[in-house]
Write a protein that binds this ligand. Structure first.
Ligand code: PMP
Length: 365
């Protein structure tokens, strides 16, 4: 039959590694208190929105975007404290930069190494590009980087790429700096420090680019409040970036994103006020979670989310109960051996966090 023929062709032709992975799932969130994806919950004040829309009136849609995104890069460089000697590469979100790294550095027999639990996209993209993914477990209790295990894995696998998320998702902690340095120094390939949550942490590896030519620092505007624009950047030695540039599609950053991100970053003080407020909300939420008897453990966070552990076997039920009460968070249970019974909540507005806590009490009570 027609469907048998279609399925047979798909099975025969789609690369086995692609067939084997589960599609990245984004759950529907219409009308929910959305605390599952580390977004900034605050809209722009009305007058800023008006000024943004006025700025977009100068954008032409008939021409391709500036392939060098010069104005935007200059703004990112200033804001990000990128060393003068470093280059910049832009991606359609940092997700696309992870894909670009895999396109340039991937291939059978090559290894990507990262501590785990970590950001799912490193593994997923490795699978698509024939890279072997090696994970080194974090310490059980506090999710610390296991320096000895990392160095042993580096010696054994000689990884082409090492990812270190700082702070780490989904654990929220920023690894010990001396352990990070030891990994960087031992690495035979490139080390990518993923600073997606830098706006909530404050500490950065950007200045370490002056010391290490095989280090790349990756950032995104997503968590600072511009997730809808899809823009990430990679800073590092220009010789490395020149190779990665070859794999970048020429017009990956569209005209609306270039104009909007440049505009938004010119008003970066507004975004920084929002992230400051989220940091304060994070501390309040952390304290509120810590006193809940119905939870086993709550981990401190330097990002805009908090990971916590329910009583044994309860994570799925708590997650579902929250959803029924209109609050969407992330269920981490089953995603990794170290995350059994764990859930992750993004820090929202004071009102959203309060609604979450009410729904949580109903769920664990
Ligand atoms: N890195 C980390 C550690 C993340 O948690 C995320 C988003 N969840 C990203 C990168 C991707 O961010 P984006 O593609 O929106 O820039």
């Amino acid at each position: 039959s027609r469907s048998d023929d279609r399925n047979a062709r798909i099975t025969r032709l789609v690369r086995p590694a692609v067939q084997a992975v589960q599609a990245y799932h984004v759950p529907p969130a219409q009308g929910m208190v959305k605390l599952d994806a580390m977004e900034n919950p605050y809209p722009w004040p009305g007058e800023l929105r008006d000024a943004w829309l006025a700025a977009l009136a100068d954008v032409s849609a008939n021409r391709y975007p500036d392939p060098t995104a010069a104005a935007l890069k200059a703004q990112l460089r200033r804001d990000g404290g990128v060393p003068d000697a470093a280059g910049l590469l832009l991606g359609n979100g940092s997700d696309e930069l992870i894909q670009l790294l895999a396109l340039a550095l991937g291939g059978e027999g090559r290894v990507v190494l990262a501590p785990g639990p970590g950001f799912a996209m490193y593994r997923l993209i490795a699978a698509f590009t024939g890279l072997e993914y090696q994970e080194v477990p974090l310490a059980d209790e506090d999710f610390a980087l296991d320096e000895g295990a990392m160095l042993a894995a580096i010696a054994r696998h000689q990884p082409t790429v090492i990812y270190l998320a700082y702070p780490n998702n989904p654990t929220g902690n920023a690894f010990d700096a001396a352990a990070m340095e030891a990994v960087i120094e031992a690495a035979p390939g490139v080390v990518v420090i993923d600073e997606a949550y830098e706006p909530f942490c404050g500490r950065t590896w950007m200045s370490a680019l002056e010391r290490y030519d095989h280090l790349l620092v990756m950032r995104t505007v997503s968590k600072m409040g511009l997730a809808g624009l899809r823009l990430g950047y990679l800073a590092g030695h220009p010789d490395w970036l020149a190779q990665l540039e070859k794999c970048r599609l020429p017009y990956n950053i569209n005209v609306l994103t270039q104009a909007s991100a440049t505009f938004a970053l010119e008003h970066g003080d507004r975004l920084r006020a929002q992230t400051d407020s989220l940091r304060a909300e994070r501390e309040r939420l952390f304290e509120a979670l810590q006193v809940r008897d119905g939870l086993q453990q709550v981990w401190p966070s330097e990002a805009n989310f908090i990971t916590f552990r329910t009583q044994p076997g309860r994570a799925g039920g708590v997650h579902a109960s929250l959803r029924e009460n209109g609050v969407l968070i992330k269920n981490l249970d089953g995603s990794h051996p170290l995350l059994s019974d764990c859930l992750r909540v993004t820090v929202g507005t004071a009102d959203e966090n309060a609604r979450f806590l009410v729904a949580l009490d109903a769920a664990i009570g």
